[in-house]
Design a protein around this ligand. Structure first.
Ligand SMILES: Cc1cc2nc3c(=O)[nH]c(=O)nc-3n(C[C@H](O)[C@H](O)[C@H](O)COP(=O)(O)OP(=O)(O)OC[C@H]3O[C@@H](n4cnc5c(N)ncnc54)[C@H](O)[C@@H]3O)c2cc1C
Length: 464
């Protein structure tokens, strides 16, 4: 019934870091707008990443790298200085480094995002309201967008923005049917870790940063038994250090394009750095600023080559581990308690008092059974919206309002984030930001990506 529809200027679907930073940027612009952020979680600004309660679940970059203000790289360091002065995060004082070099717990970063929202609200003529619900459907016409919430309520706005973040791989129909979801412990469920027998063997699928979080939680929960980790390539994230600056060699040579050329040149630069006694992370870190351009310029064949040949290497070298977590993983490896094996997961074997999984080790034909007392699924993110079993992605696909992005990573959009529909038409009303744009930019999830996109999208939405 139209009477019950609430109206707004901008409807932001998802109130994690992306949705919240978009709201902050809209509030900072002149004018008077009403913005609704629809988010089922109790608090805005957190999402999965910044809802962490474990102090050991830290950002994977130091404060100087994690500002949410694209115009002020020191924003987080400045906020953190005040937070520590006020008695927050007392454990930070045990680390003898400048505040800009601290790796803040992600839960504290959530407080920072929330405070930036509160400040922007207090200073703005515009308003932001949090509607606690899940958006289950969306329609678009020439002049507006209309959302349906899981409580039946309808909202209408001039624009809608998909800031729906990342969907865990564990929620896809494929893993549902293999039984992994039912058997596995949530890698961020700190309470569930305390219920695991401390001397038992724990199996973990996936060896990225989520696995690192899970190992931190197991240790905190008092687990002292073996940890067996299986991932396709058996690669661990490297530890993040603070390398010195290095010449931006990609800016100096724009002819470098194909994944093969790029990889060869990055390796060459790393060797030069190491020969001079400089950390290989210095040249690698210069690549980050170019990755969106390189990815969006690449053809489908090159993108596939990158995903097949470079991705595992990029993930383990670029998405690096915070130092304290990396030290823990290294210590457990040295003690022989933690083992990483290159093996693919081939299914779960039902059993009452244990978890048994089938794995095929790299280079072997046979499938081996491995048993443990608990299984943690940290195998990552599902970027293909066709496989996300949530109502909104399914409805958007069914209505033809979106189409899969390149390589089916997220959804297609133009450079401003305007969503492309099933017929290739660029929407004037529906936008996306953050992880849904993975296929457009490759890197579209980190704090800095989100912060930059939020500012640009706010300007785009208010330009008329
Ligand atoms: C565990 C973890 C740790 C991370 N650590 C770092 C880090 O250290 N450094 C870094 O740079 N990046 C990190 N990231 C990347 C991280 O994704 C981004 O920094 C940021 O959280 C992305 O924000 P987002 O709002 O786009 O997504 P999310 O945080 O996933 O938030 C999306 C929100 O949308 C909501 N939502 C989804 N669908 C609907 C719907 N239909 N209706 C209403 N609401 C909906 C969800 O409830 C969720 O709260 C981490 C990610 C994870 C998962």
């Amino acid at each position: 019934m139209t009477e019950s529809i609430r109206n707004a200027d901008v409807l932001i679907i998802g109130g994690g870091l992306s949705g919240t930073m978009l709201a902050v940027q809209l509030l900072r612009l002149p004018g008077q707008r009403h913005i609704l952020v629809i988010e089922p979680r109790a608090e805005l600004g957190r999402g999965e990443a910044y809802s962490a309660v474990e102090l050991g679940h830290t950002l994977n970059g130091n404060a100087a790298r994690m500002s949410v203000d694209p115009d002020n790289a020191d924003d987080l360091t400045q906020w953190l200085t005040g937070y520590l002065d006020a008695g927050g995060w007392p454990q930070a004082h045990q680390q003898p480094v400048p505040i800009s070099e601290l790796f803040p717990p992600r839960g504290i970063f959530g407080v920072y995002a929330q405070q930036r929202l509160a400040e922007a609200k207090a200073l703005s003529a515009s308003t932001v309201e949090h509607i606690r619900a899940e958006v289950v459907d969306l329609i678009v016409d020439e002049t507006s967008t209309r959302l349906t919430l899981d409580n039946g309520q309808q909202l209408r706005g001039a624009y809608a923005v998909l800031a729906t973040g990342m969907f865990p791989a564990a929620r896809t129909p494929q893993t549902e049917s293999s039984g992994v979801n039912a058997a596995a412990v949530d890698p961020w469920d700190v309470q569930a870790m305390t219920r695991i027998d401390p001397q038992s063997t724990v199996l973990i699928i996936g060896s990225g940063l989520t696995m690192v979080d899970a190992v931190v939680s197991l240790e905190q929960a008092g687990h002292r038994g073996p940890i067996e980790i299986f991932s396709r390539h058996g690669l661990l994230p490297h530890v993040r250090r603070q390398p010195p600056s290095w010449e931006d060699f990609l800016a100096a040579d724009p002819s470098l394009r194909s994944p093969r050329q790029l990889l060869r040149e990055v390796r060459r630069q790393c060797r030069i750095a190491q020969a001079q006694g400089i950390d290989w992370q210095a040249p690698l870190d210069t690549v980050r600023a170019h990755i969106g351009r390189l990815w969006s310029q690449a053809g489908e064949r090159e993108k596939r080559q990158f995903v097949r040949h470079v991705r595992p290497w990029w993930e383990s070298h670029h998405h690096r581990s915070p130092p304290l977590s990396a030290q823990l993983v290294a210590r457990l490896q040295e003690e022989g308690r933690l083992r990483i094996q290159a093996a693919s997961f081939k299914g779960l074997v039902a059993s009452d008092d244990a978890v048994t999984i089938n794995v095929r080790r790299r280079g072997e034909q046979v499938v081996t059974q491995v048993a443990g007392a608990a299984l943690i699924n940290s195998s990552g993110i599902e970027y293909d919206w066709r496989r996300v079993a949530r109502p909104l992605p399914q409805q958007l696909l069914k209505r033809g309002l979106i189409q899969p992005g390149p390589l089916a990573l997220g959804i297609a959009a133009d450079v401003s984030g305007a969503v492309v529909d099933a017929e290739g038409k660029v929407s004037q009303r529906l936008f996306a930001m953050g992880p849904p744009l993975r296929g457009m930019w490759w890197e579209s999830t980190a704090v800095t990506d989100v912060a930059i996109q939020a500012k640009a999208l706010a300007a785009r939405l208010t330009q008329r």
